[in-house]
Structures are given as structure tokens and as C-alpha cells.
Write a protein that binds this ligand. Structure first.
Ligand code: SF4
Ligand code: SF4
Length: 396
């Protein structure tokens, strides 16, 4: 061990207190490093299997050398929470949870990447990572005349911050509105009353802000009488399902592709317009590995006439390769050659597909950036957009 790195049992205990206890389950087989998406990037060495050992031996963030600390912070924030390692770990170690434990300490000391600190600050002050005015959260829905949610409606539509504010992703929210209307589902939104779900910032380690926004949302949903929330983002879905019970929230959450597949099976949606394209579907980590939703997005795509559904060989379903946007990754600028999304769009383009279909606003943004910078002949579309276009009576 480097002489400047001395075991610090207080730091170890703090990380364990913050949820890093899985470190003790690790037996150093190294499988996590082999399945980590960073193993596809030749210029990056990310020996993630060492992290549990470093935690156990009180040897993380204990160096007196500033450069060493900087390297460790960079490594801890390289993890994009894709759940590939935890899916394949023989001892069910949740590396993202260990990382979250370490990150909580770093956030407490203010020692984390400034881009992430800025995003956390914006969410704390305006309820979204863009720093856009809270009162504009429902603006995307005004021209579509989407109603405010009332308890007699079938579902709350919870579009996520990205489709609420980002011009490209707003089209996904509009397509979702079209699909729900075509099926006769009654729905409304909460607009400025709700904030970011908090999923990403909890993974960044900003626990206090997570408690603030998630606790606020949970109370608002309960007071509004929400029974079912339909989410565009798998990140909202995951945190609503797995973490909002901490705030006694009693609503169920569905990803929109789950609802769409059900509506198609019940013949309440009848995709009729032929697409005439080859489409390859990317499984978002948070929808697939983290939530087990693999079949429904494919069922929706298969229901669209003249759509040839392709798969990315070796890297589909639970083997999917992350877009790099999770756990704060979408707010960290990575150097060319170190972007996971670039690798993934190349895999998609190699299938010969015309369209890369996604079911997550983070994937949409990451892949569209990559397709543009790499000048690939590949369109990136959300499943909702493809479905809306194929419906008999599109309203928007
Ligand atoms: S795969 Fe699991 S047990 Fe093996 S080194 Fe990684 S975390 Fe440890
Ligand atoms: S969650 Fe994904 S990015 Fe993070 S260490 Fe595991 S495999 Fe690597």
C-alpha cells in the first residue's frame, strides 16, 4: 500500500453507514470489470472490482496526495449505474449501491465533479436539472390542451424533466399524449407542482436534495389522489417503484411501453400505418436490467405494420450496452473516444437499421448527440413516436 494511504476506519464506517455494506460480499472474482461497459473503451482502465476491497480496508479517499484523491473521485464517478456488474456478479454485489455510499461522503465534503454539483444545485432550486423556471414545467402540454390531473382520471402522466423542457424530447411527450388519447385513456399532468423524480441525484450522492424533491413529489402525488403514474423515463419508473415507498407513497408506476403493449393486446390501440423501415431496439439499462422490462417495447414495435425489428448481436436485452447517461453521466462531458454512446450507436448502425428505437429520454439525448457527431445515417426515435405515427387517427 502507498505509504501516504493509511487505513481510515472512520471513512470505511461512514461508507458502510451510507449503504456500502455490499463491499463485504465481494470475493474479488473480477467478473464485474469484464462486463462493465468501460471495458469497451481502450483508453480507459476502470478496475471496478477493486472498489469493494478499498472500502473494506478503509483505503479509499484516505490518501494525502491530491492527485491520488482526484483519480479516485474520477473513478467513483465513472460508474454510470448500468447494473451490468450487479446482474452478472456471482455474489449479488450491488456496485452502484457501494458507489452511492462513497459518493454520499464525497458530496458531504463537496468533493465531487463541478458539473454534477451544478446539476444538483439546479434541481434543488428549480426542480429540474436545466435550471429552467419551475412554472414552465407544463408549458410543453399547453398547445396540446392536456388537462391538469384530477383523481377521476385513469392515470397521471409523468413525463420526466427531459421531455418537459428539452425541445427534441418534448416530441416524445407529445407522441405519448397522442397514443393515450387514441386509446381513450384519461390522463392529466401535475406540471409545475412536481419536481425531478430525484433518481439521478440520489445516484450522484446528493441524498439531502433527493429527500427534498422525492419527499415533496410523494406528498403531492398522494394529495392529488394518484393511483397510477405512467412514466416516459425508466429512471422515474425505477425510483417511483423502489424508493418512493420510503415516503409512504402508495401509487403504482408503469413505464409507458408497458401500458402501450397492454392497450395493443386489448385492441384499444390499432397501429395501421406501415413504417417501411428496419428498426433496432436498444434496451435502456434502467428499463431492462434494473426493471426487467424487455418484452413490452418489442411487442409495441412488432405491432407496427412493415417494421422489421432487428437486434444488436450479443448486446441485446440483459447484455445491453449502456448509453452512458445514468447516475449523473449525462451531465459529465467525456472526451471523444471515451463516450459509451458512440460505441452503442456504432453497434446499432452495424445492424443495417434505419432507426435506433429507444424508450428512455437519457438514451435519446446521448444517442442523438453521438449520431450527429459521428455523422451516422441512423435516426433515433422513441418507441412512442413510432407508435403514434402508425395509429389510425393521430391527433397531434
Ligand atoms: S463480480 Fe461481484 S464478487 Fe466478483 S469482483 Fe465484482 S463485485 Fe466482487
Ligand atoms: S454499474 Fe455499470 S458502469 Fe458501474 S461499475 Fe457496474 S458495470 Fe460498470
Amino acid at each position: 500500500m502507498d505509504a501516504r494511504i493509511r487505513p481510515d476506519w472512520d471513512i470505511r464506517d461512514a461508507i458502510l453507514d451510507m449503504g456500502g455494506g455490499d463491499a463485504y460480499k465481494c470475493y474479488q472474482c473480477g467478473k464485474c470489470m469484464a462486463v462493465c461497459p468501460w471495458s469497451h473503451v481502450e483508453t480507459v482502465l476502470f478496475p471496478v472490482y477493486r472498489t469493494p476491497q478499498s472500502v473494506k480496508f478503509g483505503a479509499i479517499m484516505t490518501s494525502e496526495d491530491a492527485e491520488q484523491i482526484e483519480r479516485e473521485v474520477e473513478e467513483v464517478y465513472r460508474c454510470v449505474g448500468c447494473e451490468s456488474c450487479s446482474t452478472w456478479c456471482p455474489h449479488e454485489v450491488s456496485m452502484p449501491t457501494i458507489m452511492r455510499g462513497i459518493r454520499r461522503i464525497l458530496v458531504e465534503y463537496g468533493s465531487y465533479p463541478s458539473q454534477l454539483a451544478d446539476a444538483v444545485g439546479r434541481i434543488a432550486s428549480s426542480g429540474n436539472p436545466f435550471g429552467e423556471p419551475r412554472e414552465n414545467r407544463g408549458q410543453w402540454a399547453e398547445a396540446l390542451e392536456v388537462q391538469a390531473f384530477t383523481p377521476d382520471m385513469d392515470v397521471l402522466y409523468s413525463p420526466c424533466c427531459v421531455p418537459s423542457y428539452d425541445p427534441r424530447a418534448k416530441k416524445v411527450a407529445a407522441a405519448t399524449v397522442n397514443v393515450l388519447r387514441s386509446a381513450g385513456v384519461t390522463f392529466g399532468i401535475l406540471g409545475e407542482a412536481e419536481s425531478c423524480c430525484g433518481e439521478a441525484i440520489r445516484r450522484v450522492g446528493a441524498e439531502e436534495v433527493f429527500q427534498q424533491v422525492a419527499g415533496g413529489n410523494a406528498s403531492i402525488y398522494t394529495e392529488a389522489g394518484v393511483r397510477t403514474a405512467v412514466c416516459t423515463s425508466p429512471h422515474c419508473l425505477l425510483t417511483f417503484r423502489k424508493e418512493y415507498s420510503e415516503f409512504d407513497a402508495g401509487f403504482q408506476a408503469l413505464h409507458q411501453t408497458q401500458l402501450f403493449a397492454r392497450l395493443i393486446a386489448d385492441q384499444r390501440l390499432r397501429p395501421a400505418k406501415a413504417l417501411g423501415k428496419k428498426v433496432v431496439y436498444h434496451d435502456p439499462c434502467t428499463l431492462g436490467r434494473a426493471s426487467g422490462v424487455y418484452d413490452e417495447p418489442r411487442a409495441v414495435l412488432r405491432a407496427i405494420p412493415d417494421l422489421e425489428l432487428l437486434e444488436i448481436p450479443h448486446y441485446a436485452r440483459e447484455y445491453s450496452l449502456c448509453c452512458g447517461g445514468g447516475s449523473g453521466g449525462m451531465w459529465i462531458e467525456r472526451a471523444k473516444g471515451e463516450r459509451l454512446s458512440d460505441i452503442r450507436v456504432q453497434q446499432a448502425a452495424a445492424t443495417g437499421a434505419d432507426i435506433l428505437a429507444v424508450a428512455c429520454p437519457y438514451c435519446l439525448q446521448m444517442f442523438e448527440d453521438s449520431v450527429k457527431t459521428m455523422d451516422l445515417a441512423l435516426e433515433v426515435r422513441d418507441v412512442a413516436e413510432l407508435l403514434a405515427e402508425s395509429l389510425e387517427r393521430p391527433d397531434v
